[in-house]
Design a protein around this ligand. Structure first.
Ligand code: DAH
Length: 338
């Protein structure tokens, strides 16, 4: 058996040959399967083997050839499908681009847009003012008496607090009503404007209250404006926002800057929850002291004002039971409002 080739070694080499590239596959083919390859050479050598060895040698070499051929075919197929998928994955500049994932307006922005839209149709313009306010605009001009407990109605974030002279105080505005003052000081009556914006209150954070929220203030000042005008405006507004079937009630209330003052509730039924009254806004006839504070003659001009909470309205429209969801920016929440 001196001349019999080391079939086991060739077999091992075939099985372990790395076939990881087109070049490797081609050199494998040349080494083992081509006309000048090892196996062809070995087969040609059968004739020189001892006659009693020729049969088994032929069988072994044919098995070897089959093994090499099947490794070759397999590697080629794998390489081809790999190439195909790489081609599919590369950019084809002639294809339209895949759609970009788009965001959507925050539910608060959606509610605010609708509120603005309704008042726009009722002839109101939009005004705004700073979130950092002084004591005069946030309290004094709005007829909050100095050191009066009415100021405690609103838990204030003080940016600057002067214990001797509260007129030096700077606060994060606790409501949008100071924008009424700015509007009336900067322009001449009549006024018909809404004033949306952020407000801040130093309250503990719960499912129902947050340290900041949004209000929409409204102001209508003209000659002979009456409580009936206020009622009509509010009912028209609520009808547009909540639908024609609206059930509402108007209750007397108190605010330093209006007299008389009122609050409006709507009857709110959602899903399987029992219906309930929900307060959506405060309002009233602008107090003569407020008009005097901004140099407008209350004997000539009268007006009404109102203020509503955007979070409250949004939460009822979308059945959101925790105000904090509106501020977490959790994408799983936000994508529910396309
Ligand atoms: N500023 C009030 C608040 O934050 C809301 C309000 C009530 C505004 C009555 C008004 C109004 O303009 O007339 O609670």
């Amino acid at each position: 058996m001196a001349n019999t080739p080391d079939i086991e070694k060739v077999k091992k080499d075939i099985t372990s040959y790395p076939l990881d590239s087109d070049q490797a596959i081609e050199s494998f083919r040349l080494t083992y399967l081509s006309r000048k390859g090892i196996i062809t050479e070995l087969l040609a050598g059968i004739g020189k083997a001892a006659p009693e060895d020729r049969a088994w040698l032929g069988k072994e070499l044919n098995a070897l050839k089959k093994l090499a051929a099947s490794r070759f075919e397999e590697a080629k197929a794998a390489q081809a499908s790999d190439t195909a998928s790489r081609v599919a994955a590369t950019d084809d500049s002639t294809l339209p681009p895949p759609p970009l994932p788009t965001g959507s307006a925050h539910p608060l922005s959606q509610t605010l847009a609708e509120i603005k839209n309704i008042f726009y149709r009722l002839g109101f313009t939009i005004a705004d003012g700073p979130e950092l306010e002084d004591d005069f605009h946030n309290f004094t001009a709005l007829n909050f008496p100095p050191e009066h407990p009415a100021r405690d109605m609103q838990d204030t974030f003080f940016i600057r607090k002067d214990e001797q002279d509260s007129s030096h105080n700077l606060v994060l505005r606790t409501h949008t009503s100071p924008v009424q003052i700015r509007l009336m000081m900067n322009q001449k009556p009549p006024f018909r404007a809404i004033m949306p914006g952020r407000v801040y209150r130093n309250e503990s954070i719960t499912a129902k209250s947050y340290c900041l929220f949004h209000q929409v203030e409204g102001l209508y000042v003209d000659i002979n404006v009456s409580l009936a005008d206020l009622k009509h405006t509010l009912i028209t507004f609520a009808g547009h926002l909540f639908g024609k079937e609206l059930k509402y009630r108007i209750r007397p209330s108190f605010f330093p800057f209006t007299e008389p003052s009122l609050e409006m509730d709507i009857w709110w039924e959602t899903g399987n929850r029992p219906g309930q009254w929900m307060e959506i806004l405060g309002a009233g006839m602008v107090h003569p002291n407020v008009l005097k504070a901004v140099d407008i003659d209350p004997e000539i001009w009268t007006g009404f004002a109102f203020g509503m909470g955007v979070e409250r309205i949004t939460m009822s429209r979308y059945e959101i039971d925790d105000i904090r969801l509106l501020y977490d920016n959790d994408i799983r929440f936000l994508t529910q409002f396309p």
